[in-house]
Design a protein around this ligand. Structure first.
Ligand code: HEM
Length: 415
């Protein structure tokens, strides 16, 4: 029999240095959590915080006990003003896949997988390479021998890619990127009621746009993912227009935000550990292993949510039905029980790919290969064109405040 929820609440009062929304350097506090309170109640967010690898993986695996139904609900419940904006704007979506549960999740994921094949995006590789080349050349052409990987390369590349895949005009990049930022902010940041309102307006515009993509594909089919989904529907696959639009609503967010971060963090980590950068310049075959190690040590998403569907235990601690659970993958990925010398950045680490940065189980990231493909191509082009790249000294790299998404605000480089 584990500790009761009340006892756990009492233990958790000092929080062991854990600040849920502060992501500049959360790793020392993760270590304390793993050692002192691996399953800790946190009053500030009303969740159990789970930090050991085995527990995090076990919860991801047991989707019947720990459902993802609340994985996308706002951390701070929406205020009246933001709610009114959403209802006046007929905002009726919630999640494409990640917060849906079986059998609905199984049905939609099966259709999505048919359209979203590795072959579909493998043919995108030359397109990704051309765009990576062009963006790097433009950064170099500014003639200052310095740039910012985040704004000069990582911001645009995944957006151009996912837009091409889905079939969205490229002149929409900035506006959709802004909507996606609003989605992350409204859901996972610590906002006041007033701060929520402009983001709610963006969500209405974003949802209208997703619905218009589906309507348009019906009259104007193209060689793209929306058309594939519409064709699958016509061929008898069970998926509604609303579900297709909701899947696009997911992809137009999940399909670039996290990859922008992965490319940025890859360059940042590899340059900070400059011997690793030199190693991939020398031998580009080491890039895929390096990307796995970046995902392990600096994942784009450091924590993800589940809800207990019934009374359960995690790591010996009782978890009452309806409790919210925060799975800290950023901590699990540095658990010494699984990864030897876990704080060491080692691009040759054999089990790096066992990280949990893409989740685990039925919701395992559907776009993981596309995210890694783009990061590999970006690194191949960067190391070939700018082998002497270095991180700019004297600039502190901060990360945005967020419960889940650990995003560097700049990655300044010189060459
Ligand atoms: C490259 C960095 C990426 C990271 C770190 C990442 C991470 C994640 C995580 C943590 C989940 C939740 C897994 C769970 O609940 O078990 C997820 C799900 C998902 N991701 Fe990704 N992702 C990335 C890229 C992408 C890309 C490029 C796409 C689309 C093109 C994508 C689409 C999705 C979708 C649709 C889901 C929901 C799957 C489901 O519930 O069945 N992701 N991702």
């Amino acid at each position: 029999m584990g500790a009761t929820a009340t006892e756990t609440k009492a233990f958790g009062k000092d929080y062991h240095g854990f600040e849920p929304f502060k992501l500049n350097d959360p790793f020392p506090s993760y270590k304390e959590l793993r050692e002192e309170a691996p399953v800790m109640w946190d009053d500030r967010i009303n969740m159990f915080v789970v930090s050991r690898y085995e527990d995090v993986k076990g919860v991801f695996e047991d989707w019947e006990t720990f459902s993802s139904k609340d994985a996308q609900s706002p951390i701070r419940p929406l205020g009246a003003a933001a709610k009114k904006v959403l209802s006046d704007g007929n905002f009726t979506t919630y999640s494409g896949l990640s917060a849906r549960i079986p059998p609905e999740h199984t049905r939609i994921r099966a259709v999505a997988t048919k359209a979203f094949t590795p072959r579909r995006y493998k043919v995108l590789e030359p397109f990704i390479r051309d765009n990576a080349d062009r963006l790097i050349d433009e950064m170099i052409a500014k003639g200052m021998n310095e740039g910012d990987i985040l704004t000069d390369l990582a911001y645009d590349l995944p957006t151009i890619t996912i837009f091409a895949l889905i079939g969205v005009p490229t002149d929409m990049i900035d506006v959709v990127k802004e909507w996606a930022t609003s989605r992350a902010t409204l859901t996972w940041a610590d906002l006041t009621d007033d701060q929520q309102v402009p983001h709610a307006h963006n969500m209405v515009a974003y949802w209208d746009f997703c619905q218009s993509l589906v309507a348009n594909a019906k009259v104007n089919p193209g060689d793209n993912l929306v058309t594939d989904l519409v064709n699958l529907q016509s061929a008898g696959e069970e998926i509604t227009d609303h579900e297709i639009a909701s899947f696009l609503y997911s992809l137009l967010f999940a399909g670039h935000e996290t990859t922008t971060t992965l490319i940025s963090n890859s360059v940042r980590q590899l340059l900070i550990h400059s011997e690793s950068w030199d190693a991939i310049v020398e031998d580009p075959a080491k890039i895929p292993g390096a990307v796995e190690e970046v995902l392990r040590t600096a994942g784009s998403i450091v924590a993800w949510r589940r809800t207990a569907e019934r009374d359960a235990t995690i790591g010996g601690v009782d978890i009452p039905k309806d409790s919210k659970v925060l799975l800290v993958m950023g901590s699990a990925n540095r658990d010494p029980q699984v990864f030897a010398d876990p704080d060491k950045f080692d691009i040759g680490r054999e089990n790096a790919r066992n990280h949990l940065s893409f989740g685990f189980g039925i919701h395992y990231c559907i776009g993981n290969m596309l995210g890694k493909l783009q990061t590999r191509v970006a690194l191949e082009e960067l190391t070939a064109k700018l082998p002497t790249l270095k991180i700019k000294e004297g600039v502190q790299i901060d990360f945005g405040d967020n419960l889940s998404f650990r995003v560097p605000l700049t990655v300044p480089v010189v060459w």
